[in-house]
Each structure stands twice: as C-alpha cells, then as structure tokens.
Design a protein around this ligand. Structure first.
Ligand SMILES: C[S@@+](CC[C@H](N)C(=O)[O-])C[C@H]1O[C@@H](n2cnc3c(N)ncnc32)[C@H](O)[C@@H]1O
Length: 273
C-alpha cells in the first residue's frame, strides 16, 4: 500500500511537469536541423524514419489497426506504417498535443511543416518525392481517432476504443522513458501497452538512451529515466515481449543542441507471443 502510494505520487509528479509542455517549442527543438537534416544519414530523424521504413516494408508488418502511443504533436512515426494498415489511431496524454494532431488531420493546418518528412519517406519507398501529397492524403484518410492515453493506467485507452482482440501493431516513440519516474514504472507501462496488442502483434519501440532530462519549453525541464540497452531488453522481456531486433544510434556531438542530454536512440522490434 505504502509502495503503491509512493508510486502514485511519483507518477503524478512527472505528470505535473507536462503542464508546461509546448508543442511548438518541442517540435522546434527536436524536429528541425540538425536533428532533422534529410541531407545527412547521421542525423537522428532520418535514422528513425529508416528503421520504421524497414520494419514495415522489408519485414512486412501489416494488418488492420496500427496504434501510436504517446504521439505528442508529431506524425513522422506513422508515415511508413500508414501504407500498411486500414486504420491508424494516434494518442496523447495532453489535449494540447491532440489538438495539434487534429489540426493537421482535419483542417490541413499545423504549427509545423511535415512536407520534407513526407517527401523523405516517399523516397525511402522508391517513389518520387513529388508524391508527398498522395502520402499526406493517405495518412489523413486512415487516421480515424486521436485518443487520450495514460500509459500508467492498466487500461491506457478509454473503454471500447479498440477491438477486444487488440491492435495489430503498436508504435511508441520517446514516450515511456519520459513519462515514468523510474525503471520499474517504465516496465509496468510496457505491460500496460501489451494489453493493447493482439497475440502475435508487433511493437516498434523507439526511445532515448542515457537521457536524464529534456526541455519541453524554454523553462520546462522534464525528467527522463536514463536507459541503457540491457534495461530496454530486460523490460521488454519482463513485460512478455519477444525481442526480434534492437538497433542503436549514437549521437554525434553536433546533434547535442542544448535541449536534452540524450546519448543515443534505440529502435526495438518486438512481438507479443
Ligand atoms: C517526449 S514526448 C514524445 C512525443 C513523440 N512521440 C515523439 O516521438 O517526439 C512524450 C509524450 O508523452 C506524452 N505523455 C505524458 N504523460 C503521458 C502518459 N502518462 N501516458 C502517455 N503519454 C504521456 C506527452 O504528452 C508527450 O507528448
């Protein structure tokens, strides 16, 4: 009981930091050059897009429902997957982020220009970058919902958001380690995610390595669980996933732009048995 109370307090303390999250600043810090320089293969965003592209295209991950957990204000993480699923569900804890996503999906407006991202993913797929509008239309047509989510809840989504059998694939990027107070809470959150996935479904998990904080606005410093590769593997295993692939990207010094202390990025492909 005592332990449960402590855990609840620690989770609530992390949630309190999120009151200051500014989608526009977050996008500027993480999704503009040098971190999103499409002329460089050693830039973070092209590396992530390439991992996702390979998982969906070369490994043939496909199905009916793709769910992205903790989408934030970003769309890059479903730009490959949207071609392989009939339905894509986005989600975030904060209304301000859900509004940002809905602005792009429903009104075609956004604080952020996703065009270079769409062009880059078209090129990865062997299409002309000029087809980016076709991809944008595809993404808008398959995103059916932007749900509230809380990964610390044993039922992270509102009731009846998903079919009882679960989603065919889950994506989650930079969410669990940046909303959990410690490693055991990170592992529990992974267990909660597993409940959203059908047996045999895939989890594509992207996250930060060795990070202790990130800035979510000029004065908002959010604590992060500093993970290493071994902890990612053991948390996946403890939450019942079979790890199929773990790739690691190490940041070059010029990617450290003063908005966090991240050392690397992992991409894990796992399967729920
Ligand atoms: C570091 S951002 C990651 C955003 C995006 N997925 C990306 O790749 O950049 C972490 C996100 O987790 C969301 N979040 C905060 N608390 C959460 C919770 N308890 N459950 C799920 N998501 C949460 C935040 O609103 C934020 O959008």
């Amino acid at each position: 009981m005592e332990r449960e109370n402590r855990r609840e307090k620690a989770v609530a303390a992390v949630a309190a930091f999120y009151r200051g999250f500014d989608p526009k600043e977050y996008l500027k810090y993480n999704y503009t050059p040098p971190r999103a320089d499409f002329s460089r293969s050693d830039s973070i965003v092209p590396w992530k897009l390439n991992c996702l592209h390979k998982a969906f295209n070369e490994d043939s991950i496909k199905g009916d429902i793709l769910v992205d957990v903790g989408s934030g204000p970003t769309l890059y993480q479903v730009m490959s997957g949207c071609e392989h699923f009939n339905r894509v569900i986005l989600s975030d804890f904060l209304e301000v982020n859900r509004n940002e996503l809905n602005k792009w999906i429903k009104d075609g407006e956004s604080n952020f220009d996703w065009t270079p991202y769409l062009q880059h993913v078209c090129k990865l797929e062997g299409r002309s970058s000029s087809e980016w509008q076709v991809k944008a239309a595809r993404l808008r047509s398959v995103v059916t919902d932007v749900f509230p989510v809380n990964v610390h809840d044993p039922n992270p989504f509102p009731p009846r958001s998903l079919p009882a059998s679960g989603a065919d694939c889950l994506v989650s990027s930079f969410c669990l380690e940046s909303v959990s107070p410690d490693i055991s809470s990170f592992t529990d959150a992974l267990c909660n995610l597993s409940s959203l996935l059908r047996n045999g479904g895939h989890l594509l998990l992207i996250g930060a390595l060795g990070e202790s904080f990130y800035m979510a606005a000029p004065d908002v410093r959010i604590p992060v669980v500093p993970l290493d590769e071994a902890q990612v593997c053991s948390s996946l295993s403890a939450s019942g996933f079979d790890l199929l692939q773990l790739s690691v990207y190490r940041l070059t010094p010029d990617m450290l732009v003063g908005v966090d202390d991240v050392k690397g990025v992992f991409f894990a492909k796992a399967r729920k048995p």
